[in-house]
Design a protein around this ligand. Sequence first.
Ligand code: HQG
Length: 179
Amino acid sequence: MKDLKSTSKFLSLVLRHSPEKIGLTMDSAGWVSVSELIEKCNKHGKKLNFASLKEVVETNDKKRFAFNDSETKIRASQGHSIEVDLEYVPTEPPEFLYHGTVDKFIALIKEGGLKKMNRTHVHMSKDLETATKVGSRRGKPIILTIRTGDMHRAGMEFFRSANGVWLCDAVPPEYIEFN
Ligand code: HQG
C-alpha cells in the first residue's frame, strides 16, 4: 500500500511535470512507452515492473494514470505542468462546479479569478466532497462555487479528464460565489 502510494507520487512527478528527470521521452499527447518507463525508473532507483505499474493504474484512488488499449503506453490523465495536448473534447459542464482552496489565496482569487498557476488548466470538482479533499491538501479548506453554466453560455470552454476532473482555462471572479 505504502509502496503503491510512493510509486503513484513518483509517476505523477515524471508523467506530469518532469519526464526528463529520468531521461524519459514523452509525446505531444503526454504518452510514454511503458517499457521505457519501467526501464528508466529502475535505472533511477525506483523499482517497477509491469505488474506493479498495472496495480497502480488500476487501484489508484483518483485513477490518475491510464494505459492505451494495448497497454504499451501510459500517461497521466490530468494535472500536468508541461504543455501536452491530451485531446480533451470540449464538454458542456453542469450548472455549478466546485474549487477547493485555502484562505490565503482568497484575496487574490477575488481580484483576478482562478488561474491555472503552474498547471495547464484550472481544476474543478463535481462535488463538494472532492473539492474539500483538494482544498485540505493546503490547510483548512474553503470551497468556492463556480457558475460554470453561465460561463459556458458566455462561450467559455470546459473539458473533463479521463478521471472526471473538470478543467478550464481561467475562471473570472464574477463567476465565483465566495459565500
Ligand atoms: C490557487 C490534485 C492565488 C488554487 C487535485 C490552488 C486537483 C490561486 C493553487 C489537482 C489563484 C493551485 C489540482 C490566484 C488559483 N491567486 N492562488 N489567482 N487561482 N489559485 O495544485 O486545483 O491529487 O495547481 O486555489 O485533486 O489545488 O495531484 O491546483 O490552491 O485535481 O491528482 O492556487 O491536483 O490532484 O494549486 O489541484 P494546484 P488545485 P492530484
